[in-house]
Write a protein that binds this ligand. Structure first.
Ligand SMILES: Nc1ncnc2c1ncn2[C@@H]1O[C@H](COP(=O)(O)OP(=O)(O)OP(=O)(O)O)[C@@H](O)[C@H]1O
Ligand SMILES: [Mg+2]
Length: 288
């Protein structure tokens, strides 16, 4: 049984050993040294490297020698039948599940198998689970504000007033997720799709380099799905995205490259057209 996911922004922040330092440079709190403090090292153009990753649950291999490389700024879609290991893959990247074997690197230098969930979130990997986890009693603004505060170090969250920069970030995010008009509404009154957008906004408040999104358009209307595609395409380039989705129309509208997972391994990779023409993919997934 899977435990209930804890949104990254709710995880207890790591204590900053240097409280006088600018609270915004949360990577310093990880003690990752000068390279990390100046940003993620992606000099070879790869933001995520997974090699020979295996995950066993009581002998069952949910991931089996999986190899995956995501480029900086790429929008990668992961597809595959139920139970293929897509969510487990995200669990490994975010430190929720430890691989039983293999290597996982964020940029060139951060070994994901050695970092905690909190450290991974702070290093710049944000994750959105399928079910929206917004605070229903709080307004849209308060939800974004909370995500922003919990991202910063303990010391920053003790500062009661929002700086102008922080307000600007919230306003910019509100526009991106098209919730400016609902800024003072309790999140509980939003539609399912709007809650999803709010949660994406909350993720963005943490300024992640790599965003993992598990079935983001499930349960959305056509219009909301279309907007999500636009939003993701706008985010790609500046950030890298890994999107798990079963909705092929949506995948076709956003993906550069598609990876097909089957029985815990990569079965095929290429453009959606290429993988859709692959006999093995048709047999295990698309041809159903
Ligand atoms: N904590 C766990 N303990 C035991 N088995 C697990 C655990 N998590 C996942 N599994 C098993 O690992 C396999 C891969 O599951 P996973 O949830 O990663 O698949 P998925 O590709 O995300 O599927 P779906 O499309 O249905 O979301 C499944 O057979 C699942 O039952
Ligand atoms: Mg899943």
């Amino acid at each position: 049984m899977r435990t209930l996911p804890t949104p990254a922004f709710m995880l207890e922040p790591a204590l900053d050993p240097h409280p006088n330092r600018d609270a915004g440079t949360s990577r310093d709190a990880l003690g990752l040294g000068a390279a990390a403090a100046t940003g993620l090292d992606t000099r070879h153009g790869t933001i995520l490297t997974l090699e020979d990753i295996s995950v066993s649950f009581d002998g069952f291999k949910a991931l089996n020698s999986l190899n995956l490389y995501i480029g900086v700024g790429e929008l990668r879609c992961i597809i595959g039948p139920n139970g293929a290991g897509k969510t487990t893959l995200m669990d490994v990247i975010t430190g929720k599940t430890r691989p039983t074997a293999g290597r996982a690197w964020f940029g060139e230098t951060l070994d994901l198998t050695r970092l905690s969930e909190v450290q991974i979130a702070q290093a710049g990997i944000g994750r959105k689970f399928q079910k929206p986890t917004v605070f229903e009693a709080l307004t849209v603004f308060e939800n974004l504000e909370l995500a922003q505060k919990t991202h910063k170090s303990v010391w920053a969250s003790l500062r009661a007033r929002l700086s102008g920069e922080q307000r600007d970030q919230i306003e910019h995010t509100l526009q991106m997720i098209r919730l400016t008009a609902s800024v003072n509404r309790p999140a509980g009154l939003l539609s399912h799709g709007q809650k999803q957008f709010l949660e994406i906004g909350m993720l963005l408040m943490q300024d992640p380099q790599l965003l993992l999104l598990d079935e983001p358009v499930a349960g959305m209307t056509d219009a909301e799905t279309e907007f999500t595609a636009e939003l993701f395409k706008g985010l790609a380039g500046q950030r890298s995205l890994m999107v798990v989705e079963h909705d092929m129309g949506f995948v076709g509208s956003i993906a550069d490259q598609v990876t097909v997972l089957h029985q815990g391994s990569v079965l095929a990779e290429g453009t959606l057209e290429e993988v859709q023409a692959d006999e093995r993919v048709i047999e295990v997934y698309l041809g159903r």
